[in-house]
Design a protein around this ligand. Structure first.
Ligand SMILES: [Zn+2]
Length: 294
């Protein structure tokens, strides 16, 4: 059976058609246009799926990778940073319009699955996939299968508490990991320390050029490593995965793979911790490939 995967992002919707061996038959990217609202997004997804279906004479499965989580009981989207999807029955609406079954999974789970089957984490049994981008999420794959948990929140480490009474989070709690090590959180802290508004992409490119003794930079980096280390050490203490693979814009920060790894190891409840912490190898494509595999 051929597979269609759709990656629904905040700024673009990407679709891919794969054959049984995951070879690409067709790939297309369109803009999301959040400003036109929910109905327009649903229409765009449907027309993209139909266009891909038309490229093959075979039966196809359809998987969709979304930001946010689908509530197990209500089937509604929650905690999505594409705001117009929140509270909407996205899966049902697409299913109805297509007249066939689809599967839907959040972006962190799709990322973890794609990296574990085709990417950096290939060959490892227990994989923890991490997204550090606009939001912070995670997914657990065990022997090639997603572990979703009883209420579909397994791996959602971005909203576990790092600092009680810490930063306010949109989820209603305080001190969530996401409010410290997401792209926007890192940019905000960089601005507070340096007085310079700098994008995550520029931060990523300049971290090695800045003199290590520059006080504000030292403080920014120490705080980031402390939070990153604690957040992932908590994961290792509970899950003890065979590998951790990092994705999202902040995964391009090079010191996460040496100093960052040490910061994690320092806080793990084990003297023999050696969990590999690897950069993703599929980049932006993990979402669409993961969507084909769910
Ligand atoms: Zn939160």
């Amino acid at each position: 059976m051929h597979k269609i995967g759709i990656d629904l992002g905040g700024t673009k919707i990407e679709g891919i058609l794969l054959d049984e061996k995951y070879n690409i038959i067709q790939r297309k990217r369109i803009e999301t246009h959040q400003e036109n609202g929910y109905d327009s997004i649903v229409k765009s997804i449907i027309s993209l799926i139909n266009e891909l279906k038309a490229k093959t004479g075979e039966e196809t499965s359809v998987g969709i990778c979304t930001p946010g989580v689908i509530d197990v009981n209500s089937g509604l989207v929650k905690n999505s940073n594409t705001q117009c999807l929140i509270g909407m029955p996205l899966k049902n609406d697409i299913k109805k319009a297509l007249g066939s079954q689809i599967v839907m999974e959040n972006d962190a789970n799709c990322f973890a699955l794609a990296e574990s089957l085709l990417g950096s984490a290939k060959g490892y049994d227990v994989v923890f996939g991490v997204i550090m981008g606009t939001g912070v999420g995670g997914g657990i794959v065990i022997n090639g299968t997603l572990h979703k948990g009883r209420t579909n929140i397994a791996g959602e480490w971005g909203h576990h508490t790092l600092h009680p009474n810490g930063n306010e989070c949109y989820c209603g709690k305080r001190g969530c990991v996401e409010t410290y090590i997401s792209g926007p959180a890192l940019e905000r802290r960089w601005y507070e320390r340096s007085g310079q508004k700098t994008s995550l992409q520029t931060i990523t490119q300049t971290v090695y050029e800045l003199p290590a003794h520059k006080v504000w930079f030292k403080l920014w980096k120490e705080e980031f490593l402390e939070n990153f280390g604690m957040a992932l050490a908590n994961v290792i203490d509970i899950l003890d995965p065979d590998v951790i693979v990092l994705g999202g814009g902040a995964s391009n920060i090079p010191f996460l793979y040496d100093e960052g790894k040490e910061a994690v190891y320092d806080k793990v409840f084990s003297d023999s911790v050696d969990t590999p912490i690897l950069k993703n190898s599929l980049g932006d494509s993990a979402g669409v490939f993961g969507a084909c595999m769910i």
